[in-house]
Design a protein. Sequence first.
Length: 325
Amino acid sequence: MILITGGAGFIGSNVAAALSAQGLQVAICDRLRKADKWRNLAKVPLRDFIAPASLLDWLQAQSADIDAVIHMGAISSTTEPDADLILEVNFRLSQALWHWCASSGKRLIYASSAATYGSGEEGFDDDPTALARLRPLNPYGWSKHIFDRWVTDLVREGAPTPPQWAGLKFFNVYGPNEYHKGAMRSVVAQKYPLAAAGEPITLYRSQHPDIADGEQKRDFVYVRDCVEVMRWLLDNPKVSGLFNVGTGRARSFEEVARALGAALERRVRIEYVEMPAEIRTHYQSFTQAHMERLRQAGYHRPFTPLEEGVREYVQRYLSKPDPYR
C-alpha cells in the first residue's frame, strides 16, 4: 500500500490514479473542504482516506501494510499570509513523516518546489551544497527550503534516514485535476476559458526593462511527467536525493498563449495588464530546471514539450464535460 498525503490535490490525485491503474493499493490523507476537490478522486479506488489530524495514529496502526509514503500535502499558495500555519503544515508535519519513515523502514518521496530558488539569481542547481545560497521570496518557498536543508543536514551528519528518500523540486506544473486551486492554477487552466470563448488572453506586463511583455519565462512541466518521475523512483529504491523536476527548458507566457490557440485551432489575441502590487515583490520572471542530477541518477525518459502537453490538456480534459483524470 502507498500512502499519499495531499492525495486529493492536483499532483497527488494524478499519482493516485496512476498507481491505482498499476494495481497498487492507495490510501489518501487530505482535507476536501467544500469545493469540488473530491472529484479528483472520484475514479480512483481507495484503500483508505485519513484526516490529517489522525495521520500519525493511522500510520502506527497500518505500519505493516505500508510500502512507501508520497508526501504531497502542503499549503501551496504563494500568497498565503499565515506563516505560522505554513510552518506547521509544510515543515513540522514533514519532519514527523521523515522520522516515522526512518524509524519504520519505509520509503519517502516528498514535494519540494522551485519556489525555493527565489528570484533565481543563484541559479536553479539542485546540488545540496548550493542550498545555503538560496533566498526564497515567500513563506511557502521558505518552508520548503528549510525542510530541504534540514533533510540534507541529517543525511550529511549520518542520522537515521528512510531506506529511500527523494525530495522533488517541482517547477511550474500544469495538467488535469488542478481546478480547485483557484488563483494558484496554472496559466494554461486560467487562460483556457478566455481562449475558448474567443476573448483576448491577458498576460502581465513585464516589471523588468530587459524583459519584454509576455517574455517572462518559466519551466512548464506536464503533470504526467511528474508522475512518471515518482513511479520511476518507486521502481528504483536505491535512488535517493534532492532532484529538480522540470523540462530543463524555459518557455515564455506568450508561447503558452500561442500553444492554447494551436490546441483550439484558432488565432489568439493577447492583451497585457498590470501585475497586481501584492505579487510584484515575489514574482519569478524566469525559472529553468537543471536536470543533470536526475539524469545522472538514471532517469532518461523524455519530458513532454509544451505544445504537446497543452494540446493534450485542452483536447483530452479542459474541453470535455468531465475534465478530471
